[in-house]
Design a protein around this ligand. Structure first.
Ligand code: ATP
Ligand code: MG
Length: 266
């Protein structure tokens, strides 16, 4: 069964795009047919995937506005199991238009249900650093959400805000939405900031923290200069190894669920 995962938190610079890119590439390396969607108007994910605007055939928001079909916006990548749908918003006028067309909360789910997307085992969606609009639309259409956090009091505030929003989306739009997990990113052991952050996370969300921890690792930033996910450039870097472990954790959890649902049909 296909799994759709949004990467979201209403706070900038916590590692959402880095997670989306490297998790999607790691799932593909593990032979899972994966689609990565850039859902952030900043287009960082698209830039980090190495696309220049003149090379793009179209983007996700052109599917929203019915100017392109879904087949026409899917881009191949150097990994045979990884496809990509970019985001190409070149002016504030287009961003305004996108804000209007994405008001239809069920449109994205309808797009994800289109036949050409059925072949993917995983769909990973990189969300913008705010809650309203695009993030809500993404949460309405996915099975689960990964919440990347870095050390700091404001990460905890963002998590609490996100948690209430997830509850609201579950009650009002998508009752099947689950928290896949809180992902500790840019982790530095033996630091006071992380000790305090982990204590606060454990107090509020003990059961939701993912087993895999992403360490602070400069290779993940260096990869941006090569415009490729770090797991493709240097699979043995600490950050890359951690993201491959995260993919295995998710695949394992998913297969456990499948086995369980065979025994206990819902
Ligand atoms: P935004 O909210 O602006 O979209 P984001 O949450 O998507 O930001 P990223 O762009 O993924 O965050 O990461 C922010 C910065 O932190 C980038 O420069 C990235 O290279 C760096 N970074 C991300 N994860 C790590 C890590 N584990 N170790 C070191 N640097 C990291
Ligand atoms: Mg981002």
């Amino acid at each position: 069964m296909q799994k759709r995962i949004a990467i979201a938190l209403p706070k900038g610079g916590v590692g959402k795009t880095t997670t989306a890119l490297n998790l999607a590439a790691s799932l593909a390396i593990s032979e899972k047919k994966t689609l990565l969607i850039d859902f952030d108007p900043s287009g960082t994910c698209t830039a980090c995937m190495g696309y220049r605007s003149y090379e793009l055939k179209g983007d996700i928001f052109q599917v929203f506005s019915f100017t392109k079909s879904i087949e026409n916006v899917i881009h191949n990548t150097e990994l045979p199991n990884l496809d990509f749908i970019p985001c190409q918003i070149s002016s504030s006028e287009i961003e305004e238009r996108v804000a209007r067309i994405t008001r239809n909360i069920y449109l994205f789910e309808n797009i994800l249900n289109l036949e050409p997307l059925m072949k993917y085992d995983y769909i990973i969606i990189d969300c913008p650093p705010y809650l309203s609009g695009l993030t809500t639309i993404a949460l309405s259409a996915v099975n689960s959400v990964i919440l990347p956090v870095k050390a700091g009091h404001f990460s905890i505030m963002a998590l609490l805000k996100m948690n209430s929003h997830i509850k609201w989306v579950k009650e009002n739009i998508n009752r099947n939405l689950e928290i896949e997990g809180i992902l500790l990113t840019m982790y530095e052991s033996k630091t006071k900031a992380w000790e305090l952050t982990r204590k606060a996370i454990n107090r509020y969300f003990e059961n939701h923290v993912m087993k895999t921890i992403i360490p602070k690792n400069i290779s993940l930033t260096e990869a941006e200069f090569y415009r490729k996910p770090s797991v493709i450039i240097d699979g043995s870097a600490r950050g890359s190894v951690a993201y491959k472990k995260l993919a295995s954790e998710i695949i394992e959890k998913n297969s456990e669920k499948k086995e369980y649902s065979k025994i206990v049909p819902s």
